[in-house]
Design a protein around this ligand. Structure first.
Ligand SMILES: [Mg+2]
Length: 227
């Protein structure tokens, strides 16, 4: 048994973030999404793009999520906003069937926990050529009551839905701060580091148990399959 196989023995709930975790954000994808948020707000409030950007950042900082500010202050239907901002070109996401195979070999249940929405998840998995049926559930921003990670409420919602023992769960994330809460709850944590400053802040902490930039290889080491 490899060290990793031993370290993850007994885990039967595998929780994956989506963006930048199951695939690397292609260059330009985030700016497409970010730009569409600005366009939506600019339209909604009839303000220029500079003011729209200020509002967008303000809501993000105050509520952890731009859409919550829009819901709270402007009565925006979340789905209108989410489907608009995620209507982006995903052609640069490369198929990754090898990751699908590595995921399929994990013992137990696989789920996705994302601050994004399930339509985006389905589109990304289709691009990756990964069978969505590999995942027992998608916990998205709507099903977690618009409580984004790293809020404890987001993890509470997933814990309620899954009813699992955190000691038998592992969480994979590109945002180090999103692993604080899983660590506190006794999950095993794996960080996929990115170059993005916001998400990589605090990646040296005790809440980061493992770091890998090769998710497929890492999963193979756990399951004992050769990559
Ligand atoms: Mg992510």
């Amino acid at each position: 048994m490899s060290d990793l196989a031993e370290a993850f023995a007994g885990v039967d709930l595998w929780i994956f973030d989506l963006d930048n975790t199951l695939y690397p954000y292609p260059p330009g994808l985030w700016s497409q999404i970010d730009g569409r948020m600005g366009a939506f707000i600019s339209d909604l409030l009839s303000v220029d793009r500079i003011e729209a950007r200020r509002v967008q950042k303000d809501y993000f900082l105050r509520y952890g999520l731009t859409v919550r500010g829009l819901m709270k202050h402007h009565g925006v239907a979340a789905q209108d906003f989410l489907s608009y901002v995620h209507d982006v070109d995903l052609a640069d996401i490369a198929p990754d069937p090898a990751l699908g195979e590595a995921l399929a070999a994990l013992p137990g249940r696989r789920v996705i926990h994302t601050n994004s929405d399930r339509v985006h998840v389905a589109r990304v998995l289709a691009r990756l050529d990964i069978d969505p049926a590999l995942f027992g559930a998608v916990h998205d921003i709507e099903s977690t009551g618009f409580e984004p990670k790293p809020s404890p409420l987001a993890y509470d919602a997933v814990a309620r839905a899954e009813g699992a023992d955190p000691a038998r769960a592992a969480m994979f994330e590109d945002a180090a701060r999103n692993l604080l809460e899983p660590h506190k709850r006794g999950m095993r944590t794996v960080l996929l580091p990115t170059s993005c400053d916001i998400t990589s802040a605090g990646k040296e902490g005790a809440h980061i148990h493992y770091v890998t930039d090769d998710l497929t290889g890492f999963l193979h080491s756990i399951t004992g399959n050769s990559a």
